[in-house]
Design a protein. Structure first.
Length: 320
């Protein structure tokens, strides 16, 4: 079996060189082949994954060695193919890894050990999971609009000017965004499902006053916030969390609940809405770019058509 390690050389883990050296030694002379590909610019990881998926199909595994941005790109390259994805979370946030490895404190070395990668003989089980298609692109984790995207945009600007701050740049961006007020406007037409009865229904809003709208395939984003604690990766549904436009004094007590995965209608009141979506359309009110992101990657669409794509990706999980 060929294992294609796609490595983001600037991903966050400080022990990366030492870890990769140990993995290389384990594969050397073994029955499995290790191929290393480094990324250098946006889009590289997707293109590399797609190239090997077309060339080798299910005779290879693509190993994403990076953070959520790398996972996002590799998933886009492997979607609807026969090639499975293995995730080694070398990043700083690693939000999708938190879901699949069932922990908020991701231990990279433990994950590598449990997969058998340090022995050069990986063992895993393959699960087919859903993805989100948005305007023809692929999302594996969470797509969101509003407050969090504005924080991400400002955090990126801070990080670009002071890259030594790392993920702290995004924490520094929270206060300035909160102080501007939590009232944004959006229009949407979404196709929802009552999970208990299976009944489908529509939610439509024009010029909706909102603070945040998260559409989730998995559970965590933004460095550990948890809008969808009970998400299921292969149920053909997307969980959503929609927060009405609110003043700052109402937002502050909600933040720790949102981080812990305890925010819902019961704990936050009528300003918080949850449910399940199959597809829909989200658009800006005035035609300007939406404040939106997908898997932490900002986009500038003024309209987004999205839908769940059932069992569109093969994912390697640690054997239980």
């Amino acid at each position: 079996m060929k294992y294609i390690f796609i490595i983001n050389p600037i991903a966050g883990n400080d022990d990366k060189a030492k870890i990769m050296s140990k993995i290389k030694s384990a594969f050397r002379g073994g029955e499995n082949e290790m191929i290393i590909e480094e990324t250098h610019s946006s889009g590289d990881a997707k293109n590399i994954a797609e190239k090997y998926a077309k060339k080798y199909g299910n005779d290879c595994v693509v190993v994403a060695c990076g953070g959520d941005g790398t996972v996002h790109e590799v998933a886009g390259g492997l979607a609807f193919s026969e090639t499975p994805l293995m995730i080694l979370p070398f990043g700083t946030g690693n939000d999708f890894a938190k879901k699949i490895y069932n922990t908020k404190k991701v231990d990279l070395k433990d994950i590598i050990t449990r997969f058998g990668v340090f022995e050069g003989k990986p063992e895993y089980e393959i699960k087919e999971i859903d993805l989100i298609d948005y305007n023809g692109e692929i999302c594996i984790n969470v797509m969101s609009f509003g407050l969090d995207s504005l924080v991400a945009a400002l955090g990126k600007k801070i990080a670009d000017k002071a890259n030594f701050l790392g993920h702290q740049a995004y924490n520094l961006a929270v206060a300035p965004i909160l102080m501007k007020g939590l009232h944004y406007n959006i229009s949407f037409d979404i196709n929802c499902v009552d999970k208990k009865t299976g009944e489908e229904y529509k939610m439509q809003e024009e010029n909706k006053d909102y603070a945040l709208f998260a559409i989730c395939n998995a559970s965590y984003y933004g460095g550990g916030f948890c809008p969808a604690p009970d998400s299921v990766l292969d149920d053909g549904l997307l969980d959503f969390a929609l927060v009405d436009g609110i003043p700052l004094f109402k937002a502050l007590p909600m933040i720790p609940k949102y981080s812990a995965g305890n925010a819902n209608e019961e704990t936050c009141g009528e300003i918080f809405h949850t449910g399940y979506i199959k597809s829909g359309k989200v658009k800006s009110v005035d035609g300007s770019p939406l404040p939106g992101n997908c898997d932490g990657e900002l986009f500038d669409y003024n309209e987004v058509d999205f839908s769940v794509k059932e069992k569109a990706l093969k994912l390697c999980l640690i054997k239980q």
